[in-house]
Design a protein around this ligand. Structure first.
Ligand code: COI
Length: 373
């Protein structure tokens, strides 16, 4: 990889690696040793650097904390023959910049994003778990850093990438509650952006659903409360009436990169895939006719997460028990994506990118280089 940006590197002298129990990694609790940071000074991105993962110092008047100029991505790295690979890294860089545009924030040059990311993942490669259904989760994020309390777009920003090994986000099948009181986003809102506010406002409905015995809410459209949107942590797919339907991305839900990858694969495998408006009434009707075969969520964190049941008002749509016979589409997708990321399927779409030759080795002494395997 051509190294274009002068990224400085400070290595930790207190690695956490030895404290990580790779046989038990709850999602989101373990953070790797280093982070990539760059600052936007109002005109350009400056001082790109890799440094030990550490706390930040922020003024209480930091604009992001008040007005929500804060966006993020979620992506994953695995290993093939011991070498770190990223899944659809370019798409994540692009989507971050679309979120930035919507939230009136500066774009980060895609090549700076990718160079910092590859050096970071290469450096902390020992944190990439190798068990099935495990990966290194990567969290790129950008937020405002101006200190001011009038409502306006910040001039300065910080971009950070940090990572951590993860296991499955939903280890068991997910019970969904059809949410008809609260909504996630309306047309013209920021529902398509991966911005912090979308997740903050989802917490109360999610908590209420949890108290009522569900795992997550299934969002409906904001106008008619009729059309299925997403789950908030994943896009949805329904196998019904002999085809596969996924709610259309009409500006109110996330344009999932896993979603788009699955549509591509399913079409190649010969399935009929419909990417369109889908009402909860149509799903319930298919269920009552006995023709709702599968429902699953798709996302970076969720990968493929089976839905066990969907409760719509006082009606519970109970899907078949989770096994390969009942859920062939979800099982096939999950198996394929996991195998692809482990190098066991050919990467026919060029979705994987290597972190080899990231340039990180030159910042290590001989002892560190010897341990870098
Ligand atoms: C992801 O799938 O990576 C997400 O960002 C969803 C969630 C963990 C916030």
């Amino acid at each position: 990889m051509a190294v274009k940006y002068p990224i400085s590197v400070t290595l930790t002298d207190r690695s956490k690696l030895a404290t990580v129990d790779f046989s038990n990694i709850p999602f989101g609790k373990v953070i790797s040793d280093h982070m990539f940071v760059a600052d936007y000074d109002g005109k350009q991105w400056v001082n790109p650097r890799i440094e030990p993962y550490q706390n930040l110092s922020l003024a209480p008047s930091n604009l992001a904390l008040h007005y929500g100029q804060s966006i993020f991505e979620g992506m994953k790295a695995t290993k093939i023959n011991g070498e770190p690979v990223l899944f659809r890294a370019d798409q994540h860089a692009r989507r971050l910049n679309l979120s930035a545009e919507r939230m009136c924030m500066p774009a980060i040059p895609e090549d700076l994003f990718l160079q910092g990311l590859k050096m970071l993942v290469d450096l902390d490669r020992a944190f990439i778990p190798e068990a099935d259904d495990h990966a290194l989760y990567i969290r790129p994020m950008m937020f405002a850093t101006d200190e001011y309390f009038g409502v306006h777009a910040s001039e300065k920003y910080k971009f950070i990438i940090f990572t951590g090994p993860v296991g499955p986000y939903y280890p068991t099948p997910v019970r969904l509650w059809v949410e008809e009181v609260f909504t996630r986003a309306a047309q013209g809102g920021a529902g398509e952006a991966k911005c912090a506010g979308n997740y903050g406002s989802s917490l109360l409905p999610a908590q209420r659903a949890k108290k009522a015995g569900y795992d997550q809410v299934m969002w409906m459209d904001a106008v008619e409360k009729k059309y299925v949107q997403e789950v908030g942590t994943m896009n949805l797919f329904f196998v019904m009436d002999g085809k596969i339907i996924t709610p259309a991305t009409t500006g109110t839900i996330l344009r999932g990169i896993t979603r788009e990858s699955f549509i591509t694969l399913l079409k190649e495998w010969g399935y009929t895939v419909e990417d369109r408006l889908l009402s909860i009434a149509e799903i319930a009707d298919a269920y009552w006719r006995g023709s709702l075969q599968e429902c699953f969520g798709a996302g970076t964190a969720a990968v493929v997460s089976h839905i066990s049941d969907i409760t719509w008002r006082d009606r519970k749509l109970e899907l078949s028990p989770v096994n390969e016979q009942n859920r062939p589409v979800a099982f096939r997708l999950k198996k394929h994506i996991n195998r692809l990321r482990m190098g066991l399927e050919p990467d026919t779409h060029g979705w994987l990118s290597s972190c080899a030759n990231s340039g990180i080795l030159e910042f290590m002494d001989e002892k560190q280089q010897a341990l870098h395997v």
